[in-house]
Design a protein around this ligand. Structure first.
Ligand code: ADP
Ligand code: MG
Length: 252
């Protein structure tokens, strides 16, 4: 049963934070109990995407024993909760393994946790993988991104972590991109949704508001809301018995 969903990609800049922010916001709008957690220990930016970068208490304060977890939970106007990470250079001493323990010990049980993973497959990203019950893989439809994403899928398999599927982001940005079928063929994991390249996304990030809230009728917003529908079982995934574990969480 999934209550902790990790969002990873291996490659940086493909849309993990955008996906975390928008999936969490779309689920909150549907009335689900959801908490977005920044799993980027050294270079966090979920709080920037969500407009709470000035929130005074972070996950780092909790990990360093400076505050209880309750104080590090920001209530976003859309109904979701956010656990931001510290932007301060002085907090870089926190170890990724402490993050994993905090998720298991302090955050689990507070609705669906969606964790924004770090780039790469180093200790930070692996701590998110270890803390998660299941994973969403974000990739762009190009060979370097998909090659890195495939490595993340193989690492997930080695660790016994189910992969719900792939979020194929920035589709249509340029003509030579891989098709969804080619991505499935290479990764052997279903593509749950294709998120189009959409100027509304960078504009929404500049406005520090997820695009599903900032421009709900944009193509990207509609695709992210479609992903939320897939995650809660209202929309058909392309192939998806693994989603049953997550649906079980919401039916509970
Ligand atoms: P990651 O968390 O994987 O590093 P981000 O979510 O921060 O990636 O996205 C990186 C950048 O890509 C963002 O600043 C945004 O401008 C751009 N971006 C992401 N998704 C889209 C999209 N669907 N359309 C256009 N630009 C996008
Ligand atoms: Mg990010």
């Amino acid at each position: 049963m999934t209550s902790v969903l990790g969002v990873i990609s291996a490659k940086g800049g493909v849309g993990k934070t955008t996906t975390t922010a928008n999936l969490a916001a779309a689920l909150a709008q549907k009335g689900y109990n959801v908490t977005a957690v920044d799993g980027n220990i050294t270079t966090p930016n979920l709080s920037i995407h969500l407009g709470c970068a000035l929130y005074p208490v972070t996950l780092h304060d909790v990990l360093l024993g400076r505050a209880p977890i309750e104080q590090a939970i920001y209530h976003h106007p859309c109904g979701m909760r956010v656990v931001p990470a510290s932007l301060a250079v002085s907090d870089l001493c926190v170890k990724p393994e402490m993050f994993q323990a905090a998720v298991s010990g302090l955050l689990r049980g507070r609705g669906l946790l969606i964790i924004d993973g770090a780039a790469g497959l180093g200790r930070e990203a692996r701590a998110v993988m270890a803390a998660a019950d299941s994973l969403l893989i974000v990739t762009n439809p190009d060979l370097p991104s998909v090659t890195d994403a495939l490595k993340a899928v193989r690492l997930a398999a080695q660790n016994g972590k189910p992969v719900l599927g792939v979020v194929l982001n920035r589709v249509g940005a340029y003509p030579s991109q891989m098709s969804a079928e080619e991505v499935v063929g290479m990764m052997d994991v279903p593509v749950l949704v294709s998120i189009p390249e959409d100027g509304a996304v960078p504009a929404s990030i500049a406005a520090q508001t997820p695009v599903v809230l900032w421009k709900p009728r944009s193509r990207a917003a509609r695709a992210y809301k479609h992903l939320a529908g897939i995650i809660v079982g209202e929309r058909e995934p392309e192939a998806g018995s693994l989603l049953e574990s997550l649906l079980g969480f919401f039916r509970r």
